[in-house]
Design a protein around this ligand. Structure first.
Ligand SMILES: *[C@@H]1O[C@H](CO)[C@@H](O)[C@H](O)[C@H]1NC(C)=O
Ligand SMILES: *[C@@H]1O[C@H](CO)[C@@H](O)[C@H](O)[C@H]1NC(C)=O
Length: 312
């Protein structure tokens, strides 16, 4: 794979990136209509960030009974949301409420970076007001620089100092694709995950990396990372598969192959598909590994819809 090129593509994919969440192996096999009916009949769970949950007027005193049980979270849960524009608080409010109200999203997963002082305070505030959870991200960049260290320290500072932060931050991610980019050795990355878990333990914020199956597969010590993370945030990008076909709607088997890898190797950890889709445009630096893979809006559509529908 062309290393720098791949990651630039993530930006292009972003606006259409959806989190679909196929649960563990059992839940994936449920008949979709029956699942939907069962959920529709049940009262909305009284937990954050369930649809129908009413945000409290003040910050609760503890996290007890706050988060929804992860086992109840599946299917479409929200969008990746790029923050590299350093959106204003009012823009974050508008976007998050739109994700919540128009698309019934329960989460955003951060992508990219904004190094403005205190930016994550605005993310927390907008998420609290919209009633959505956040998969926060420490951006590693694509070329091995060390800005991630300052970003980590700044984010940890806000997670500890902002009283609302632990109520909306579902997980902290190292990303995007730190194994694939080889910013740190897999062993050092695992050590960072472990240190972050210790740092955030009083806030009960779990830690993971955001990564493709391929990223784990190509690094010999990645087992240490898999052992360390609390849950799996997986990237599903069939455009880059050598098996990618002219008919983009043949992508589901490619997604399943990677998903099965995570099911087989993920130690039973919860799996979210945190980065999905197919690009609508490409560039000289962003090329597929199969000559048949074509970047266009139609293919973007036919890959995304089955991914979401099959994930139900
Ligand atoms: C967590 O990490 C931050 C930034 O690295 C540090 O300033 C803080 O002291 C750490 N807190 C704990 C409880 O480890
Ligand atoms: C896939 O796309 C082809 C060509 O557009 C279409 O004929 C076929 O019905 C599609 N299959 C599915 C499962 O959507």
């Amino acid at each position: 794979m062309l290393l720098p090129s791949f990651l630039r593509l993530s930006l292009i994919l972003l606006s259409s990136r959806v989190w679909a969440y196929p649960a563990g192996n059992e839940e994936r096999d449920l008949v979709p209509t029956r699942t939907t009916e069962a959920v529709a009949r049940a009262a909305p769970p009284n937990c954050f960030p369930a649809l129908g949950f009413t945000m409290p007027s003040s910050v609760p005193s503890s996290l007890t009974n706050w988060w929804c049980d992860r086992a109840t979270e599946y299917a479409f849960v929200g969008f990746s949301y790029e923050v590299t524009d350093c959106q204003s608080l009012s823009q974050l409010r508008t976007d998050f409420k739109n994700i919540r109200n128009t698309f019934k999203g329960r989460y955003i997963r951060m992508y990219g970076f904004c190094d403005n002082d205190g930016f994550y305070n605005n993310v927390v505030q907008a998420a609290w007001e919209a009633g959505i959870g956040v998969h926060a991200l420490i951006w590693f960049g694509f070329d091995g620089t060390d800005e991630w260290i300052g970003r980590r320290d700044a984010l940890f500072g806000i997670l500890h100092s902002n009283p609302k932060a632990k109520f909306v931050t579902r997980v902290l991610q190292f990303g995007s694709e730190p194994l694939y980019d080889n910013v740190l050795s897999a062993s050092s990355l695992a050590a960072q995950v472990t240190a972050a878990k210790a740092n955030l333990s009083s806030l009960q914020i779990p830690v993971t990396i955001s990564e493709m199956a391929y990223g784990y597969q190509e690094r010999s010590s990645s087992q240490k990372v898999m052992d360390a993370i609390d849950l799996i945030d997986a990237h599903m990008l069939p455009f880059f598969s050598t098996e990618a076909s002219t008919v983009a709607n043949n992508s589901w088997p490619i997604v399943l192959t990677d998903l099965d890898w995570f099911v087989d190797n993920g130690e039973g950890k919860k799996i979210y598909l945190s980065e999905n889709g197919w690009p609508s445009v490409t560039s000289s630096g962003v090329q597929p590994n199969s000559p048949s893979a074509v970047a266009n809006v139609q293919n973007e559509h036919v890959v995304l819809i089955p991914t979401v529908v099959n994930a139900l």
